[in-house]
Design a protein around this ligand. Sequence first.
Ligand code: 4AD
Ligand code: MG
Length: 465
Amino acid sequence: MKPIRRQTVKQLIQNPLLDTTVDVKGWVRTRRGNKNVQFVALNDGSTIKNIQIVFDLSRFSDEQLKPITTGASIHVQGTLVASQGKGQSVEIQADELEIYGTASPDEYPLQKKGHTLEFLREKAHLRPRTNTFGAVLRIRHALAFAVHKFFNDKGFYYFHTPLITASDCEGAGAMFQVTTLPLSDLPRTEEGAVDYSRDFFGKQASLTVSGQLEGELGATALGCIYTFGPTFRAENSNTPRHLSEFWMIEPEMAFYEIADNMDLAEEFIKFCISYALEHCADDIQFLNDMFDKELIDRLHFVVKNDFVRLPYTEGIDILLKSGQKFEFPVSWGIDLASEHERYLVEKHFKKPVILTDYPKEIKAFYMKLNDDGKTVRAMDVLFPKIGEIIGGSQREEDYDKLMSRIEELNIPMKDMWWYLDTRRFGTVPHSGFGLGFERLVLFVTGMQNIRDVIPFPRFPGNCEF
Ligand code: 4AD
Ligand code: MG
């Protein structure tokens, strides 16, 4: 092989220097041809597109080409030329071939095309090599990048909140415990309870369900911050919208009221979708053509239209008057089920809806109480096909009101002193929200199952790798 710098397939297609010698490395998708010439479709993950490599059999023997089967990894040098064939603009006339690794056709699980997503979930260790997962994972990357760009451009600071914590932000009791105590021989107090003073941190600790509470400490110092990290929930939800480990983006802003919070959430989601449309056009087009013919239209529609803003109470009225039979009956005070959310978004308004002012009983303790004493300044952003994509609120900044909610809900105070200090020293109106990153990726890719938009999904009963 000549000492030539390797180029990615993406570089070769985007910026082709015709009639030069190029160097390319990747995994074989297919090989076909006849006894004069063989065509190999090579993919290196840089783009959904393959580059075609042409092997002239007057220069390469059958024996040399034999290891080139689907899944094999190869290194090729040759001349980049305009392609005669359909489906590609350039191709490589091979001069040199090096085989890195073979993939036995009898054993390689992705030998055939057109596997179902269910089958590929069983082969999660290899599925990034398929067109579909390559597309999803590149879009996922672009969206993560868009998140940082959006907040950085707005002057927000990326604030790292802990993954191991001693507080339960959402109060839903769905936390994974972190311990180094010997489970088969737990130390006990005199009363017989587990003695956590002898645990690693000297107290009971868990994986975080949200970085919000610590995020509020950041916002009441730096002004506007955001977190973007993994979040863990031990709820036993086997649905296509829930993961046990998911990524969440949680901006928290001092001096923002609920309306500012809604404006930010809407602008943020639209920015991320636009970013993906602009930077992942090939991948989104592929998913549109393969899985969901309305995907691109739906993405443009959401970017172009205002979200509806609707108080919970009015939402309940619409559901009651809808004449629709719901599995879970509707009345004021219920936590909306996905069928209710989707009715409002997909049937009634046909647009994303920001539902506000929920009954305090169904929301977390930190939300700001409205003057009616019954509802809180919550906002959930509801999306077509997804349901809740964002949950957020204005925060209760009044020490006494916050304390009385904490007491009403019997939240253990001894672990919350640091949070309450934000209300004791220089408290300010502030707001924030959490966007479930995988739900955003679901929406942008048009995939149906959240397990297909994260490389290694964690859900009840599944922790492979
Ligand atoms: O509505 P949630 O529980 O809100 C919070 O955690 C707040 N502390 C956020 C805040 O105000 N800073 O979760 C926020 C979002 C949901 O709207 C949903 O998109 C996503 O996180 N989410 C999940 N995504 C995947 N799997 C799960 N099990 C999820 N639970 C919540
Ligand atoms: Mg929520």
